[in-house]
Ligand binder design. Structure first.
Ligand code: URA
Length: 433
């Protein structure tokens, strides 16, 4: 087989066979296929697409390029959750303990953040003492004992995806649905859970800006999961504005804890409950959606989910006194209000710009080498649908410098304020099974 023929076939809009896809992934990993031919194939796929069978084969080949995590020593049906990435997304800290409190094991590997969205692991590291690296044995023991553990990605999971993703990043071929779907699903499948719930974000702060594209991506990932024997459900959720009111690291942990304490941060609680409900149904713990919702609400309201969070933090060496006293979490030196000069209603927010603003404060990384500042971030005071008057505070910046004019400008640009009253945004757009 010659790689040039595989590229030409896809360029001409034809379907690649299993043999051709496997040949490409295997030979790319050994270095026998160079980057320039792999880039040409990525571009051909970008324009011509791949059908579901091709996408599933690509996913499987990327899984087979590395290790898979064996979770068989964990008792029960393991369910994983994955978000396609959004600003202010701290749902793992609510969903994980909530599902654990329902008795379902969650063995989660998470990443660090790059660009405008933060990483779960970075956020957890804002808790003093918290260890994100555990041995495989400790990880499994923690899940068996506490039903929840979250660690940084270890092992050589889907290395073909890692190599291809880096190539796509510099060849303008990231935004192709079959490539995103196979990339995400290869890592999820290699991580070993029995079932997967996907949170596919849609809107200004998401990979997929339109609902139609988000539906396509969700459908593609659900199909791949089911074809590769993982029961998969995708929830399509709003990312036209940040999730909740806090963006950063320590302040996102604080907000999640407040939800676990029963505070009504509406969009965040709604999404967390929705994701947890599908996880518990997939695990067979609750028979249907209504029962799951009723029980999960109870697990929050009676404090069981908060207790599960404390147990999880303690088991990973974190200082749980910060959960009882959130003021002990890292904070910044300055707190600077960003005000509006307008009267009206918030019509739109650009979640991506707000994420970039938080990154400039030091809450995220522009390059892999950047160091995170856990205490900085942004608190939003106004969201879509809220009324604003001249001089109202739109957001507070938590910064370690007063030199933040560029960040203030980004926040002001990200709010679109108009005269007409508008409705609040919907949180859940669709569920794909
Ligand atoms: N996240 C991934 O892991 N892969 C993609 O291709 C896009 C987002």
């Amino acid at each position: 087989m010659r790689m040039v023929d595989v590229i030409a076939k896809k360029r001409n809009g034809l379907k690649l066979s299993e043999t051709e896809i496997k040949y490409f992934v295997e030979q790319y990993m050994t270095g026998d296929i160079p980057d320039y031919q792999a880039s040409a194939l990525m571009m051909a796929i970008y324009f011509q697409g791949m059908d579901q069978e091709e996408t599933a084969t690509l996913t499987k080949s990327m899984v087979d390029s590395g290790d898979t995590i064996d979770l068989s020593k964990i008792n029960g049906h393991k369910v994983d959750k994955h978000s396609t990435g959004g600003v202010g997304d701290k749902t793992t800290f609510i969903v994980g303990p909530l599902v654990a409190a329902a008795g379902i094991p969650v063995a989660k590997m998470s990443g660090r953040g790059l660009g405008h969205t933060g990483g779960t692991i970075d956020k957890l590291e804002s808790i003093p003492g918290f260890k994100v690296e555990l041995t495989k044995e400790q990880f499994i023991e923690n899940v068996n004992n506490h039903k929840l553990s979250v660690v940084g990605q270890t092992g050589n999971l889907a290395p073909a995806d890692k190599k291809l993703y880096a190539l796509r990043d510099v060849t303008a071929t990231v935004n192709a649905i079959p490539l995103i779907a196979s990339s995400i699903m290869s890592k999820k499948i290699a991580s070993g859970a029995d079932s997967i719930v996907l949170d596919v974000k849609t809107g200004s702060g998401a990979f997929m800006k339109t609902l139609a594209d988000s539906r396509k991506l969700a459908q593609e990932m659900v199909t791949i999961g089911n074809q590769l024997d993982r029961r998969t459900v995708a929830v399509i959720s709003d990312m036209n504005q940040p999730l909740g009111y806090e963006i950063g690291n320590a302040n996102e942990v604080k907000e999640a804890v407040r939800v676990l304490q029963g505070e009504p941060v509406e969009d965040l609680r709604e999404l967390a409950l929705e994701l947890a409900a599908h996880m518990t149904i997939l695990a067979g713990v609750y028979p249907d959606y209504d029962k799951a919702m009723e029980q999960l609400e109870r697990l929050i309201d009676e404090g069981h989910a908060l207790q599960a969070f404390k147990d999880f933090i303690k088991a990973q060496n974190g200082d749980i006194s910060v959960i009882e006293n959130l003021e002990k979490l890292p904070t910044s030196f300055y707190h600077i209000d960003v005000k509006t000069t307008l009267n009206g209603y918030v019509h739109e927010m650009n979640a991506e710009t707000i994420g970039v603003a938080a990154m400039h404060l030091g809450a995220g990384r522009a390059t892999k080498e950047d160091k995170i500042n856990h205490g900085v971030g942004i608190t939003l005071h106004k969201k879509i649908g809220d009324m604003v008057k001249e001089n109202d505070i739109l957001a507070t910046l938590h910064a370690d410098t007063q030199n933040v004019d560029n960040v203030i400008e980004l926040i002001q640009q990200s709010y679109q304020i108009g005269e007409k009253q508008v409705k609040k945004n919907k949180m859940i757009y669709d569920v794909i099974k």
